[in-house]
Design a binder for this molecule. Structure first.
Ligand code: ZN
Length: 472
């Protein structure tokens, strides 16, 4: 197939048309969770109004996507852009730009590591105002669930929080304390009444603390020591506790960054028992393993930690089996000096992968695109929108929905370089990795924000989305 760059053609305007389209995307292979379809897309005022093998309406612009996949805008439900308060770690402008360069059209920012963290309605409104000013993609905001803010949850709901996030182990941020089982139970009871999903970082604090103390006492601080301090059992213990409480309280539970196939198995079993639970994993658990922690050191430190190769492969099998509902980046960057020590316990944990993590997953699908891309359209977009009740507007290339999409070009392998990064700090565990796919364009509500490696200067500001949940 001849590969030509997408061409935007401006047609002569005709004055007699009752309704013209603003844009038609032609010649692309549209990825839906049901399959890859040869469809053209007609867009008016940021919404998809035509979806057909051939769109014949008059249009102002055409985007030629021949030879490319049109992929639904990625909804990254798990980022830490750290603003306000720690914008020197990332910030909303650079974080959302990096997301868009990787095909993302919306992020859900976590309530930490901004300062103050989002623990009440005022905190949420402050972050919302900043993001409305600085984000180039649409966004939603998580509120926090901590021992001190149980009476603020209704306020967070009313201010439009997409859900609540709790830590079952130390978060590393003093202003965001973790919950014990009792507080989590009380919080989830209240969240259920408020129709707010609760996301948990599932690692058992007591087990992790005891193991860490033992390993540090033995004088071990290297990569293997870090991995040994948080074995799969630490994750499984917390997942069991969270599932039990979700069953009791009937609260919608979302377990973020599940790192092990054993964790997914527990969640799958609970879903069969009709517990309202979904599982998220992250690109790094599917792309990297424990050997990469030894190779990359601090750049590959995250919690839960990366697992062995056998588990990494098993996680792909769980994904393809439909047992993992969403994939989020857990983009958690820091200043470079916070990543600069041979002592893995001393450096900041978190993988900054918002730009290339998803792309590298899609790169893995080069030979199996027609089978695998629909799975990714589900876990990166549709399922996220459904779980968090924004599927009236987001999550699919479908009639009446926002025209959020990217164009994917499979071609020659290229090596990811430091200068490709749009994040504030040009550090990433993925520099040096080979990608066989390139995101050439990203459109948010029908407007191109990223095209051919550059950001357009079209006026585009991110919109805040709140769930369309019924009020209780
Ligand atoms: Zn996180």
């Amino acid at each position: 197939m001849k590969r030509t760059g997408p061409i935007v053609r401006e047609n002569a305007k005709t004055v007699h048309e009752p309704e013209r389209l603003d844009l038609v995307v032609r010649g692309g292979r549209v990825v839906t969770p049901e399959g890859v379809l040869d469809l053209e897309i007609g867009i008016v005022r940021g919404k998809i109004v035509r979806l057909a093998p051939s769109v014949t309406d008059a249009t102002d612009l055409e985007l030629e996507a021949e030879g490319r996949y049109v992929f639904p805008g990625i909804l990254d439900a798990h980022v830490h852009f750290n603003e306000p308060g720690r914008a020197d770690w990332e910030g909303i402008a650079t974080g959302s730009a990096a997301l868009a360069a990787g095909g993302g059209t919306m992020f859900f920012d976590m309530p930490l590591n901004s300062e103050p963290p989002v623990l009440d309605a005022a905190g949420l409104r402050e972050k919302r105002a900043l993001a409305e000013e600085k984000a180039c993609t649409d966004f939603a905001l998580w509120g926090g669930l901590t021992p001190g803010n149980l009476d603020k949850l209704a306020g967070l709901r009313d201010a439009g929080a997409i859900g609540l996030k709790a830590f079952m182990c130390n978060s590393g941020i003093a202003s965001f304390p973790n919950v014990d089982a009792k507080t989590l139970r009380e919080g989830m009871k209240r969240a259920a009444k408020l129709n707010l999903p609760v996301a948990v970082h599932a690692e058992d604090e007591a087990m992790a603390a005891a193991l860490t103390e033992k390993i540090k006492a033995a004088g071990r601080t290297d990569a293997r020591a870090w991995l040994d301090s948080r074995p799969v059992a630490v994750e499984l213990e917390a997942i069991r506790t969270a599932l039990e409480i979700a069953g009791e309280t009937q609260c919608a539970l979302h377990i973020v960054h599940v790192s092990s196939p054993e964790g997914i198995a527990l969640i799958t079993e609970a879903r069969l028992q009709r517990v309202d639970v979904t599982a998220e994993t992250c690109p790094h658990y599917l792309l990297l393993n424990d050997k990469d922690v030894e190779r990359l050191g601090p750049l590959a430190k995250c919690a839960p930690p990366l697992r062995d190769e056998k588990r990494r492969k098993a996680l792909w099998a769980e994904l393809r089996a439909g047992h993992i509902q969403t994939v989020g980046s857990d983009h958690s960057p820091a200043r470079p000096e916070m990543k600069d020590s041979a002592n893995l316990f001393a450096v900041w944990g978190g993988i900054g992968g918002v730009q290339h993590g998803f792309e590298l997953l899609l790169s893995e699908c080069e030979k199996t695109a027609d089978q695998d891309l629909p799975i990714f359209a589900a876990v990166l977009a549709r399922n996220v929108a459904r779980r968090f009740q924004i599927d009236d507007r987001k999550g699919q290339i479908g009639l009446g929905r926002d025209a959020d999409f990217s164009l994917l070009d499979y071609g020659k392998a290229r090596t990811i370089k430091q200068e490709d990064l749009w994040t504030r700090h040009r550090i990433s565990a993925y520099v040096g990795e080979k990608s066989r796919v390139r995101v050439t364009h990203t459109y948010v509500r029908g407007t191109p924000i990223y095209a051919d490696g550059r950001f357009t200067n079209l006026p585009q500001k991110g919109q805040f989305l709140a769930p369309h949940r019924p009020r209780c």
